[in-house]
Design a protein around this ligand. Structure first.
Ligand code: MRU
Length: 358
């Protein structure tokens, strides 16, 4: 809180320090971001990732831009526009930049201090939303635990923990809260090819918190559901449409289809800042990022020589296609867990609960 969060913090000279997520789980290191350009690059090259933390770094990125230009001139506008364009799918990026600009335009006095305070205020607010999402989701786990009187098996895809959303995550927040309540649980962690956010980041986070978990290949979840080994699924979101269609890491849609076919509750957890109320039909209109083929053609890991190395896992000549996200239509979603409560993934229900934001 107040500028210090688990995945990122301000240092004494007012620079932004972030955990370098490209080398986890093998190396725990940080990067110091001193300029808006460095914040933009850290988002684009995925040093930091996850919709929430992308928004957090974006808010601080605007503050760094003000620290560079001192005034909101053309140079400043160019910096924050490049920041806004760092990645296309996670709406928290645009949300955070626009909110900072709303709060800075027309402001007088020491703009650098004002920008720092506003970035901290936005991040404190997001951290509080994460806590509430944790409480609401843990209540769902508790119901299953009391009903089944055994270990509750949860499946999650990608990483939506505190590395992705300050300061407790979204999809992982219910798991941390349920563990804190002493509920016996186990987590199936999708490796989440091609960048392995599950195997690298979620497993690392859960291990640090002593949460029992098992890493599975992305194609394993359906089989586990068929055999009753998954009680509930929690995933995060990068952009949620007005009718409740959800964009999240590629592969989420396939998990939702398997969950639907096997009557496994499928919940999506996210803060209100991840809604894009301008989009109704998410499958048609949410921008989906495509990234380098090499993320599919190569794997990165720890070599026995102690170095982190990249190895080619495909024929040299073969092309690859790399969509970063997909969209799960609302009718496959059991509920949307937000800081305002668990809401049905339906246009009328969303418009009712969030009418003040429309
Ligand atoms: O490409 P990434 O690692 O930024 O994708 C992250 C996800 O898809 C998360 O599940 C999502 O951002 C939710 S975390 C708030």
């Amino acid at each position: 809180m107040n500028g210090t969060y688990k995945a990122l913090w301000l240092n004494v000279t007012g620079d932004l320090v972030v955990i370098d997520q490209t080398v986890l789980p093998h190396v725990e290191s940080t990067k110091i971001l001193k300029t808006c350009e460095e914040a933009t690059l850290a988002i684009a090259d995925m040093t930091v990732r996850g919709a929430g933390v992308i928004g957090s770094v974006a808010a601080f990125g605007v503050y760094l831009a003000v620290r560079q230009t001192k005034v909101l001139n053309g140079e400043f506008e160019a910096k924050v526009q490049a920041l806004k364009d760092a990645r296309p799918t996670a709406v928290n990026l645009q949300w955070a930049v626009d909110l900072m600009l709303d709060r800075l335009r027309g402001a007088s006095g020491d703009l650098v201090t004002k920008a720092k305070e506003e970035a901290i205020a936005i991040n404190n607010d997001e951290a509080n939303k994460s806590l509430e999402i944790g409480r609401l989701g843990a209540d769902l786990i508790e119901v299953i635990s009391k009903r089944e009187k055994r270990t509750v098996n949860i499946l999650t895809h990608c990483n939506a923990g505190w590395l992705a959303v300050i300061d407790m995550g979204t999809a992982l927040a219910p798991i941390y809260e349920a563990k804190r309540r002493g509920i016996d649980l186990h987590v199936w962690v999708d490796e989440t090819r091609p960048r392995n956010q599950g195997a690298n980041l979620t497993a690392w986070e859960l291990g640090k918190d002593g949460v029992d978990h098992t890493i599975i290949a992305d194609n394993t979840g359906g089989h586990l559901m068929q055999h009753g080994q998954v009680d509930i699924i929690f995933v995060g979101a990068d952009r949620v449409s007005r009718q409740g269609d959800v964009a999240n890491k590629i592969g989420t849609y396939l998990k939702a289809l398997a969950a639907h076919a096997n009557n496994v509750p499928f919940y999506v957890a996210f803060p209100t800042s991840t809604f894009d109320f301008n989009v109704v039909d998410g499958v048609k209109d949410i921008p989906i990022e495509t990234r380098s083929e090499d993320e599919v053609r190569y794997m990165i890991g720890l070599h026995e020589n102690g170095n982190i190395e990249k190895v080619l896992v495909t024929p040299k000549e073969s092309r690859a296609l790399n969509y970063g996200f997909d969209v799960t239509p609302n009718h496959y979603i059991t509920g949307l867990i937000t800081e305002r409560g668990i809401v049905g993934a339906e246009l009328s229900k969303i418009e009712e609960v969030f009418k003040d934001l429309l």
